[in-house]
Design a protein. Structure first.
Length: 227
């Protein structure tokens, strides 16, 4: 007599849970970068869009990503300051500075064309004035890991309804001047307070400029150079 197998009511079948892919919104300019490739390779769903502010949106967190060289150059030309102001539209934001295993962030011998104390001061300004946490990542893989972990921890989603900040007249004039290498906010304000207009600055003699801002005035020789 064949007995039917008896199944225990206490036995449990293994139920495989379908894990959802982490969803990350990335600016379309990040499409060819190694961070995005690493995220996709790690099973993240990356949605490339045109983001007016930030490089990545991970639910309720906006992330601005800078390689060390980009951080230094955008710090010097004033672009990063504008980006930090635009990030204020988000309640939660991060600045990731990527590549500390590969390049030195700052040194005291002007290796990057900027003194280490200038970088230290700017980092403090990011933390204290703009209230934006700074993460120093080893390389692109490390950046991707931070983003992946963040995608699993946050719950809300950020609004995409943010816009580029409109600068007022004084800020626009200052922004133009800060485009010259070595001309920071303090020097730009000093020049504008003294000469009042960009035209007056352009028409000023090198001697006048040097008397006001010292050796930094040499950069304005560019005005007379041909393209």
């Amino acid at each position: 007599m064949n007995q039917k197998p008896i199944f225990s009511i206490f036995s449990k079948k293994k139920i495989l849970k379908k894990t959802e892919k982490p969803k990350i919104i990335a600016d379309y300019r990040e499409k060819n970068c190694l961070v995005a490739s690493e995220l996709i390779e790690n099973n993240a769903e990356v949605d490339f869009r045109e983001l007016k502010v930030a490089d990545y949106l991970v639910k309720d967190v906006a992330i601005e990503r800078k390689t060390i060289s980009d951080f230094i150059s955008s710090m010097m030309n004033g672009r990063l300051r504008k980006q930090l102001e635009e990030l204020q539209q988000y309640e939660n934001k991060l600045l990731i500075i990527e590549g500390i295993n590969e390049h030195e962030l700052y040194s005291d011998d002007n290796e990057n064309g900027v003194h280490g104390n200038s970088v230290r001061g700017f980092l403090l300004s990011i933390l204290l004035k703009y209230k934006i946490p700074v993460i120093l990542s080893k390389d692109y893989r490390d950046t991707a890991r931070f983003i992946l972990i963040l995608s699993k921890r946050t719950e809300k989603e950020s609004s995409l309804n943010v816009s580029k900040k409109s600068l007022n007249k004084k800020e626009r004039l200052q922004f133009i001047l800060e485009g010259f290498p070595g001309i920071g906010p303090k020097t730009a304000k000093k020049l504008l307070s003294h000469f009042k207009t960009l035209k007056n600055i352009a028409n000023a003699s090198l001697e006048e400029l040097t008397n006001l801002i010292g050796k930094k005035a040499d950069v304005f020789k560019l005005i007379e150079e041909q393209y």
